[in-house]
Design a protein around this ligand. Structure first.
Ligand code: HEM
Length: 943
């Protein structure tokens, strides 16, 4: 930044600039502050002009330079800057700014057109002006909306009265599919009549047409006068032009659908709608299928102005380019731009990919530098450190890799919890690459004194010991080791009880699966201590006795770091959802959401039996997804300006919520407030069921919607008629009073929301907060009175099987796949003897949505439960899970089972289909008004 003692203005002005400078330094992502700074600089000394003081001018330039380095795609500011330079120092300085601007945003039709227009006015040497027009044409001439540029070019040639040139330009333009193609064709055609034949077509074609015309005349045995011959040749030429026109028209039409959908062709720091991203994807698919290299590159370049902050498109461009022959330089350029200018540093994935590319090209030093650059900005980026160590291992051997870890572990800027992960990576290298189990174990043993509070450290140590091969001879020693690690974890770590439970489950799993005859004694002891009531649990009584004696609890911020999980870019990668609605998060926020979706439970969940834990175990690459560091003025190679983009969008999105509507019409923010209220209360009563009201709220939303009858249009989520008897007394709704009562205080606090909207919102909130997928929501349901209650029998009967399920769900308009997807909700909650008569949960984690319901249906052996209650199944192994006869129908019916298998195998697929079908369910029977067309996605509280 500028370090002038004085900025040139009066004292107050200087103080103001100083303040604004400090603000942009502190918060470089805040676009509004930058704008204020620029405005303040422009206003220095009563408005800058060529007589202003050198200090004031330097301050202005310095601010503009820093601003445009940060937001290089804002073409309007380049233009403004150029105008200012013109006024201050004349055309040459302005031209320099235009040159820099066009180099930063090479495909801006507006900026190039402005530049050409400026050149037209300020240069009297035609060939220099034409040179610029031609440069511009090579960058933007193919743009679908390039007509302002071509118009300017034609205007210039008209001014020069260069008719030949005008015709030559038109002759090029008529081949380009673009918005105003017909207008240019008309003009071209009229002009063509006045141009000599030689100018219209090549000599070969002309000779061919002449020969054809003469041959036609010869058929009738007569020679035509030259004038008539020319007229006939012109008719042929005209016909050939018309063919060109038709071709251009067809090409234009093919692109029209995509072009019409582009709502924001320019760069902005705010988020784009999902729909816009979908359109760009489809447009690129289309252009790639057409196969014209030049056009494809052109479209990517355009797309990457609008979508510059979405790294999916940078990845896609680089991958596409890599698939072309001999394009290493082009690929390098794409990575370089993504990494140095656009993609926020908080998404290191593309930079690492760049490093892999350079390594592949034999430029290992560059690959190393890229890693170093990422780490300068993100010293705690585990993914980058691990990637660097692996690069060293591949290129220079194991010791070099270990050196990387050691250097980072010794570094004063690296966080202790990052170091804990690195230590485990180091140990795993020794074990897996060097084959030295003892050395690896020593690393764990020696380092435990430093990293005993890291969840990851213990997880990896346990994993290491568990995976050591055993035989009858070694089994006892092996068991001692595993037990030792677990005991040490309990004694030394200050992790939360939940994490200790989670690690405990791994140990219990081991005891079950590999323990000897006495193992159940240890199993039950741990079970009691970790999962038993507080009065007997040593975790809660830790301070009283042996466990973690005298160790104070971790504060919240440290605990979050200590228990954090790590993922790499590829783990977070998901195929985009083509049906997603609303604004699409930019990378910085998206990373957080993906992480959330992938997260395994860390909730206090029901269980006395082992749960599937450590789904992430064995993963070797991580991203600790740190936020971009702010406040540094150093522009680092590769890390620099790109730290900006995502954050700025986030700032805007956040700021929206501060808008207070003058007339009270509830907005997204108001509904988000209701959402937050529900989310914050879900776990308020830890004695309720498994610790969350989420499942019963979801059941309420489902039962409110599931009464729909597509034939009569009655029932559905519009009405909330379950408030009234008889519907509240229907057998299927037993127990839902709990959910309705839970929501009553929310309704009191936000009286403007209808019950119908509130119940569904609660369902959405429950799913998202129980770590399910995002569920788009829209309000617009109206409450109805008792007359609208639906008859009994519209909801499914748990005692029945597939025929009944089909009858019930087909009536609502669902198909087989949707029935199976909906049933996945039974991963959540439990049955209650005092409600339905049935008893028990379906899964081991009834407050976290997963596809475990399907997995358990397929993998477990189910038998009839022997009891006095209604007929239900229990799992043979633990006898603690249940299935209803209706659940079992999903694996007894062939068609249903196919979907059960698919969802069991693919949690992402389940989440996608579940989200879609839930949106459908929750909107059954609601006649939304046009103003409720748009669906929103609420920001989870438990993210
Ligand atoms: C396929 C037909 C279905 C049948 C026969 C059925 C039956 C049942 C029964 C008997 C209960 C136990 C109620 C209690 O005792 O508290 C229950 C609970 C539950 N059901 Fe379903 N259900 C079906 C579909 C669905 C669907 C489509 C959803 C949501 C999309 C859903 C969500 C739930 C939830 C979350 C619970 C747990 C409630 C709690 O923990 O309090 N069910 N279901």
């Amino acid at each position: 930044m500028s370090d002038f003692a004085s900025f040139g203005g009066a004292d107050e002005e200087n103080a103001e600039i100083k303040r604004l400078n400090a603000e942009v330094e502190a918060e470089p992502d805040n676009f509004e502050n930058w704008e204020k700074l620029i405005r303040a600089c422009e206003g220095l000394e009563g408005g800058l002009n060529r007589n202003s003081s050198p200090q004031a001018l330097a301050t202005l330039r310095d601010s503009y330079d820093r601003f445009l380095l940060k937001f290089p795609l804002l073409f309007g500011y380049w233009k403004k800057y150029a105008d200012l330079e013109f006024n201050i120092s004349g055309p040459e300085s302005a031209e320099m700014v235009y040159e820099r601007g066009c180099a930063s945003i090479t495909n801006s039709v507006d900026l190039w057109t402005e530049y050409c227009s400026f050149k037209m006015e300020t240069t009297h040497t035609p060939h220099l002006v034409r040179e610029l027009f031609e440069r511009a044409a090579s960058h933007i001439g193919l743009d679908f909306l390039s007509h302002p540029f071509w118009d300017k070019y034609l205007e210039y040639e008209t001014r020069q009265e260069a008719h030949d040139n005008i015709f030559a330009i038109l002759k090029r333009v008529i081949h380009i599919p673009m918005h105003q193609y017909a207008r240019y064709f008309e003009r071209f055609r009229q002009l063509a009549h006045t141009r000599p034949l030689e100018e219209l077509v090549s000599p070969d074609i002309l000779a061919q047409y002449r020969a054809e015309v003469e041959a036609e005349a010869a058929q009738f045995g007569m020679a035509k006068p030259e004038l008539e011959i020319e007229r006939d040749i012109r008719a042929k030429i005209d016909a050939s032009f018309y063919t060109i026109f038709q071709r251009t028209q067809t090409e234009t039409n093919k692109r029209w659908t995509y072009e019409a959908e582009i709502k924001r062709p320019y760069f902005h720091v705010t988020e784009l709608e999902h729909h816009q991203l979908v359109n760009w994807r489809k447009y690129l698919d289309f252009e790639e299928a057409e196969g014209n290299y030049q056009r494809i590159v052109f479209l990517y370049e355009r797309c990457l102005v609008t979508c510059a902050l979405y790294d999916e498109f940078w990845f896609r461009y680089a991958r596409w380019m890599e698939a072309q022959d001999n394009k290493d330089e082009e690929v390098r350029n794409i990575y370089l731009r993504a990494a140095t200018l656009f993609v926020p540093i908080s998404r290191p994935g593309i930079r690492l990919q760049f490093a892999y590319f350079e390594e592949m090209c034999g430029r290992v030093d560059v690959a190393r530098d890229i890693h170093a650059a990422v780490l300068m900005k993100l010293p705690d980026c585990v993914e980058a450190i691990v990637s660097w160590a692996n690069l060293q291992r591949r290129q220079s051997g194991l010791d070099a890799a270990i050196e990387v870890y050691k250097a980072q572990i010794d570094s004063p800027v690296v966080d202790i919890y990052t170091k804990a992960v690195l230590v485990t990576e180091w140990a795993f290298l020794l074990w897996k690459v060097k084959g030295s189990v003892d050395e690896a174990r020593t690393v764990f043993e020696k380092n435990v004194q430093w990293y005993a509070n890291s969840r990851h450290f213990w997880q990896k140590w346990l994993e290491f010991e568990l995976e050591q091969p055993t035989n009858a001879e070694l089994e006892a020693q092996h068991a001692e080791r595993v037990k030792g690690v677990f005991a040490e974890m309990r004694a030394k770590s200050r992790l939360s009880p939940t994490i200790k439970q989670e690690l405990g489950q791994v140990y219990m799993n081991y005891l079950q699966q590999r323990g000897g005859k006495q193992a159940m004694k240890e199993f039950l002891l741990i079970d009691r201590e970790l999962f038993g009531p507080q009065s007997i649990s040593p975790i809660t009584k830790a301070k009283l006795s042996k466990e973690s004696v005298g160790l104070p609890e971790l504060d919240e911020a440290t605990r979050l770091k200590a228990e954090r999980r790590f993922y790499n870019y590829y783990e977070l990668h998901m195929d985009p959802d083509p049906n997603a609605q609303g604004p699409a998060m930019m990378m910085a926020t998206a990373a957080r959401t993906f992480t959330r979706a992938l997260r395994t439970t860390a909730r206090p969940a029901f269980t006395a039996a082992p749960r599937v834990a450590f789904r992430q175990s064995g993963r070797r690459f991580y991203s600790s997804e740190p936020a971009a560091k702010q406040g540094s003025s150093t522009w680092l190679w590769l890390a620099g300006a790109a730290a900006v983009g995502g954050g700025a969008g986030w700032y805007y999105v956040n700021n929206k919520s501060s808008a207070t509507p003058k007339v009270f019409t509830p907005t997204f923010e108001d509904y988000q407030a209701v959402y937050n209220e529900i989310a914050n209360r879900l776990d308020e009563n830890s004695d309720y069921d498994d610790g969350s009201y989420g499942p019963v709220l979801l059941r309420l939303a489902w039962h409110a919607s599931g009464t729909y009858d597509k034939e009569t249009g009655t029932g559905g989520s519009n009405g909330a008629t379950m408030r009234f008897a008889p519907e509240s007394d229907h057998g299927a709704n037993a127990g839902l009073k709990t959910a309705r009562d839970f929501l009553e205080p929310v309704k009191e606090k936000f009286p403007w929301i209808t019950y119908s909207d509130l119940w569904i919102l609660a369902g959405v909130c429950a799913i998202q907060e129980m770590l399910g997928p995002q569920i788009p929501y829209r309000p617009g349901r109206q409450d109805k009175d008792v007359a609208a209650c639906t008859p009994d029998g519209r909801l499914p009967d748990a005692a029945q099987a597939q025929d009944h399920l089909r009858a019930i769900f087909y009536r609502m308009g669902f198909n087989d796949q949707e029935i199976v997807a909906l049933a996945g909700a039974h991963a959540l909650g439990r049955c209650h003897t005092d409600r339905s008569g049935y008893s028990g949960p379906w899964t081991f984690s009834p407050t976290v949505l997963t596809n475990d319901y399907y997995k358990l249906l397929l993998d477990e052996k189910w038998q009839w439960k022997k009891w006095n209650g209604p007929k239900q199944y229990e799992d043979k192994k633990t006898k603690s899970l249940m299935m209803l006869p209706a659940d079992m129908a999903l694996v007894q019916d062939k068609k249903f089972k196919e979907w059960v298998q698919k969802y069991a195998a693919d949690n992402d697929l389940f989440f996608r289909d579940f989200a879609n079908v839930i949106v459908k369910l929750f909107e059954l029977g609601v006649p939304f008004e046009p103003e409720n067309k748009e669906r929103w996605v609420f920001k989870p509280v438990n993210a």
